[in-house]
Design a protein around this ligand. Structure first.
Ligand code: MN
Length: 424
């Protein structure tokens, strides 16, 4: 639903919020942050600042709607669902477009950010069809997609304990590695460390064990979206994944952008799910909803940037590795949620779902180095003369994502950054 909070002419008293590439007043994403010397609390990113929801509530502002945000996570707030989210969004929009109240703000650069929800469980899907095709081609040139791919969203249960907010450094994992030419595996630092560009989906309202979830209700369980980097050790993964799937090659670290961009903020950027080729199977009824097909996809432009230690030392800007579109997901977020709940497994407030790596069909849109360098065989040249097959220690990888539409203010997720540290 598009309302007055999306008005591109809405004034805002926060310095430089107007025209901010990620966080103008039309976005109002929610997160958990600590101000200098303070404890974690709920906040709203606005321009280069954070609106302190705890301070708002203490001052009697926002009609009591921020009370549930005075907690270590946003679970209590976001489990209330769409009506509470929309009411808080309207109240924050009115506050930030009314008289100036700078005491409610903190400079974002002086604050630390935390995970916005509890992440009791994390599931990673595989819904980026060009990624699945590109990777499948490396393994099975003739039949890149497995027979189940177009029938249901594929996924695996990831590791929740190592999900971290943007800025947290990741250590190169150790593990069993075995090259094609090696007779036996060895234990040591991964040689083939990679990133994966994904969209994260936050579950706001949970779902009971054994309860049916009609696909028409699935979107109402989504509290919002973030960027997600599913760091992957390709050598560890390649040796361990058969027959049970991803394990230690994935579980060492996952980075998310810390601000939850709500479905309400993204309302102007909803899009029809691209029409399936006529040869593709019609999804089973539990995955099919006409309204979801008509407006359940998201028009988002996603980018990956790298800055190596040498580039930082030389004062060079990041180099863009790829740009893709969230419209290249084969399944909508609602289809992922409905499929997840379809076997009777409950979903809980604060659960995190990854979309799967998002690549588009064209060169320059590869969402992982595995695709960009054809499994490490073709090094990718960087500005400054370096090249990469896989990530080196000191590499800083940043994901960005933006929603753009004529007649509306551009909004974004803010950066999702991680820098590679040497193995322990
Ligand atoms: Mn992944």
């Amino acid at each position: 639903m598009i309302d007055e909070t999306h008005d591109p002419a809405l004034p805002c008293w926060v310095p430089e919020a107007a025209g901010h590439p990620d966080f103008p007043i039309q976005n109002l994403p929610l997160g958990i942050f600590s101000p200098p010397g303070g404890t974690p609390r709920g906040g709203v990113a606005i321009g280069g600042y954070i609106l302190d929801l705890g301070a708002c509530h203490a001052a009697g502002l926002l009609d009591g709607l921020a009370e549930a945000a005075i907690d270590l996570t946003l679970d209590a707030l976001l489990t209330q669902g769409v009506a509470a989210r929309r009411a808080l969004r309207s109240a924050v929009s009115r506050l930030l477009s009314g008289p100036s109240q700078p005491a409610l703000l903190h400079r974002a650069t002086e604050c630390s950010v935390h995970l916005p929800m509890s992440v009791g469980d994390y599931t990673d899907f595989y819904a980026g069809i060009h990624h699945a095709t590109n990777v499948g081609r490396l393994l099975r040139a003739d039949v890149p997609l497995t027979p189940n791919y177009k029938w249901m969203p594929l996924g695996y249960h990831g590791r929740a304990s190592t999900v971290r907010p943007s800025g947290a450094p990741l250590r190169r994992p150790n593990g069993q590695r075995k090259r094609a030419t090696d007779a036996e595996p060895s234990f040591g630092p991964s040689r083939n460390l990679d990133y994966e560009l994904e969209l994260g989906i936050w579950i706001g309202t949970g779902h009971a064990t054994d309860a049916p979830m009609p696909i028409g209700e699935a979107a109402s369980h989504i509290a919002g979206f973030c960027l997600l980097n599913d760091w992957s050790a390709r050598d560890i993964q390649g040796w361990e994944y058969q027959p049970l799937g991803p394990f230690l090659g994935k579980s060492f670290f996952t980075t998310i952008s810390p601000w939850i961009v709500t479905p309400e903020a993204l309302a102007p950027f909803r899009a029809a799910q691209p029409t399936r080729p006529t040869d593709d199977p019609q999804p089973l009824p539990y995955l099919w909803d006409e309204a979801d097909q008509a407006g359940g996809a998201l028009g988002l432009t996603l980018e990956i940037w790298i800055r190596t230690a040498a580039m930082r030392a030389a004062g060079m800007p990041p180099h863009r590795l790829a740009r893709s579109s969230a419209l290249d997901l084969y399944w909508t977020p609602a289809q992922l949620v409905a499929h997840h709940a379809s076997n009777g497994c409950n979903l809980r407030s604060g659960d995190l779902l990854g979309s799967g790596t998002i690549s588009s069909a064209t060169q320059g849109s590869e969402g992982s180095l595995l695709e960009l360098t054809r499994g490490g065989r073709e090094p990718f040249a960087l500005a400054g003369g370096e090249s990469r097959r896989f990530l080196e220690d000191g590499d800083e990888v940043t994901l960005t994502g933006h929603a753009v539409r004529d007649g509306f203010a551009t909004i974004g997720f803010g950066p999702c950054v991680g820098t590679v540290l040497s193995a322990a």
